[in-house]
Design a protein around this ligand. Structure first.
Ligand code: IMP
Ligand code: MG
Length: 182
């Protein structure tokens, strides 16, 4: 995907679906939920690159229990808005998660394929416990049965960008979540 002008770039942002202030409010609530669930127990936050990096950076600063971070990279979308249908793990964790209470921080659950592969892989490594928090959930698109332990926003079947989510690597920097359209 190539964007050739600022007009084209701005024109593809159709409308704001989740505002910056709504995100801030819900991220704070999700952070408080983590603090109450783990109640002082150390955790490992695992983020799936790249889409979840903005959400992780914000939720992390709401967490008051001792926490470590690790990253995985899994890909199912390659360019544009179409899923390839297959998932590849392109970067694995550095931690041995059998010593940890693991909290996955994900950007969006769409078909569910990416996360279900990641969950399979990580559960096989016997973490002390395992939970999934997702910023966005698009349940209408699910092809694999899967639900997060906590989801901040449920959205209809739109392709969205912003707050870490991209289209062809653009728009991750938007402070809100918007519907994308060509
Ligand atoms: P899934 O495997 O179909 O659940 O989706 C996996 C990945 O596709 C997500 O982690 C996102 O990186 C990406 N994705 C899915 N829906 C969207 C969207 O609406 N906008 C941007 N990326 C998306
Ligand atoms: Mg992702």
């Amino acid at each position: 995907m190539k964007i050739n002008s600022i007009e084209e770039y701005n024109g593809r942002i159709k409308r704001v679906l989740v505002s910056e202030s709504d995100i801030k409010r819900e991220v704070k609530k999700a952070g408080e939920l983590i603090n109450s669930i783990y109640d002082g127990t150390p955790i490992l936050l695992v983020s799936i690159l790249k889409g979840a990096f903005v959400f992780l950076a914000d939720i992390l600063r709401e967490v008051t229990v001792p926490c470590e971070l690790d990253f995985m990279e899994a890909k199912s979308y390659f360019d544009g808005t179409n899923s390839s249908g297959t998932v590849s793990i392109t970067k694995d964790l550095k931690h041995n998660i059998s010593d940890y209470h693991v909290v996955i921080i994900e950007d969006i659950i769409d078909t569910g394929r990416t996360l279900s592969e990641v969950i399979k892989l990580l559960k096989a490594r016997n973490p002390k416990s395992f939970k999934v928090i997702t910023l966005l959930d698009k349940p209408d698109r699910r092809v694999v049965e899967l639900s997060a332990d906590y989801s901040l926003f449920t959205i209809p079947d739109y392709f969205v960008v912003g707050y870490g989510l991209d289209c062809g690597e653009y728009y991750r920097n938007l402070p809100y979540i918007a519907e994308y359209g060509e």
